[in-house]
Every structure is written in C-alpha cells, then in structure tokens.
Design a protein. Structure first.
Length: 295
C-alpha cells in the first residue's frame, strides 16, 4: 500500500474523467475506484489524516509504478499545494488540463443548473460571483464555494503560480484541452505515459467521453440526494465506508442523468467574457508555461 506519486489536479470540466478512464486501464497505473477523493481540499476530509487517506483509497495498490489521485478542484484551492508538499513531498508529478476558460465556466454553470444548485442565467451569475464567494468563504461553505466559482476556476495563471511556490515547473505536464486532448488524443496519451515513465504503447480504449453535458431524468431524486436529514445519518450507519457511499452516490447520479445539447454562447458574448474575466490571467499563464493558448 502506497501514496500517490502523481495527480491530475484539474481543471474542473476539462475532460479529467475521460483521462481517468483511459489511464485506469494501464497495468502500471493505479487509480482509486472513486475518482475524486477530495482529501487535500475539503477541510473535514483532510482532518482525517494521511493514514486514513492511504487506507481508504490506496489499500488495493499492488506493484503499480504510478499511483494517482484525480481531483480537479485541487488546482483551485489555495491551501492544497502546501498540503500536498507537506504530506507527499516535493517529487510528485502533476497533470493539468487547460480548457478555454469561457467554455469551462459555461460547462460548470450547466452542471450546477442540472444539480439544482443554480437558478440565474449565465451572465448574471458571473456578475455576482465574487459577492457570492465572499459570502460562502465567511460561512465556511466550501461546497457552495466550489459549485458557484465559475470564472474563478478558470484563472489558470494565478492557480499555477501558487503551485510553483512548492514544485518546479518540470514536474507539470500541461495539456491543452482543445489542441491536445480533442484533436491529438492518441499522441497526447503517449506523451502523458512518457511523462509518467510507464510503457507508452497504447493497447486500450481511448475514445471515452465520460462526462458529457446532461440533465436530470428526475429532479425529485436529485433534490432527495442533496438533502440532509435523518436518512443521511441512517445511511452512514448502514454504510460506514465513505468511499463506498461516494461510489453509490456517483452511480445513482449517472443513472439519473440523460444527455442533452446545451445552447451555445453567442460569439460576441464569448469574446466579451474572455476579455473581461480572463485575458490578463491567461497572458500570465502563457508566460509561465511558454505556450500560446490561442483561445
């Protein structure tokens, strides 16, 4: 039983689930059956300690060369880089998928809308986001903070900069969602496997699209799953394992979802959102990673 030596830390809504499904097939890569442990970013989980994390998610490790944790929100939370450094050391490797931040924010918004966590239109939520996040921060409501941080989770330059205070740039592989993962997937998977220093011969399925846009089949079931109350206490008593409860919840959510094609954002609105919220931060990102993003 060992701890992770690599992580996919985001960005959220950028194809991390598809990459998880691809890498999980590799014989030299171990990934927990539950994709997102959230150990390093959720305070109530982190306080369980590193041995709990190890026992809960990595007990089944055999002789795999690479052991990973796929939690996209690790890129976003400002406390995570130092926590990873303290608990796992300085040699860990990071995969970072970077998607056009406007598309990422819109996909995030649609996810919140589907989960009955949002009720305003996309432009309106961007305008009130900072006010909302300040409120959630004061209330220590981390889940709501994550759910409504649409444009803040796309400030990649700022987030990468935080990680570089603890880890050297050579330990990061930055993957351009549109250019690398969508248009050149096979070559990109080979590059990832080379970066992880495992056999880069691809013999497994790579055409996953694991988390497409969706709507709830039953809004009633969605609301029940989100409510707190006596039934949650009973569930914890009947199923003490957090990992198993997480797996069951995810399976129920997948069964309750149905695919749909969302309405696209008008070009002039996209350009305006990019310039107002992201352009300066992306310039910073491009300087850091020495690559033009062409968004």
């Amino acid at each position: 039983m060992s701890l992770p030596n690599f992580m996919c830390i985001g960005a959220a809504k950028s194809g991390t689930t598809s990459l998880y499904d691809i890498l999980k097939q590799h014989s030299d890569v171990f990934l927990p059956s539950f994709k997102e442990p959230h150990f390093f970013d959720i305070p109530s989980v982190y306080q369980n300690g590193i041995e709990w994390y190890k026992k809960t998610y990595f007990q089944s490790v055999k002789n795999e060369k690479c052991i990973g944790d796929f939690t996209p929100s690790y890129l976003f939370d400002p406390q995570v880089p130092e926590r990873i450094y303290k608990q796992l050391g300085k040699n860990i490797k990071f995969l970072v998928i970077l998607r056009n931040p406007v598309d990422r924010a819109y996909s995030h918004y649609l996810h919140s809308l589907r989960d009955e966590c949002e009720y305003l239109d996309f432009i309106s939520v961007l305008k009130i986001e900072k006010e909302r996040l300040d409120k959630y921060a004061k209330e220590s409501d981390y889940l709501s903070y994550l759910q409504h941080s649409y444009f803040h989770q796309g400030l990649y330059g700022e987030m990468v900069e935080r990680y570089l205070k603890f880890f050297p740039l050579k330990q990061f592989l930055f993957i351009h969602f549109e250019e690398d993962l969508l248009r050149n997937k096979r070559q990109t998977i080979i590059k990832i496997l080379d970066f992880l220093e495992v056999d880069s011969k691809i013999s497994s399925k790579i055409d996953f699209k694991s988390n497409p846009a969706s709507k709830s089949r039953s809004k009633k079931l969605k609301k029940i799953m989100q409510k707190t109350g006596w039934w949650r206490v009973l569930l914890k008593t009947l199923i003490p394992s957090l990992k198993i409860r997480q797996i069951i919840k995810n399976k129920l959510q997948r069964l309750n979802n149905r695919k749909f094609t969302p309405k696209s954002i008008q070009k002039e609105i996209r350009v305006g959102i990019y310039k107002y919220y992201f352009s300066e931060d992306i310039k910073k990102l491009e300087r850091i990673i020495c690559r033009k993003m062409n968004w």
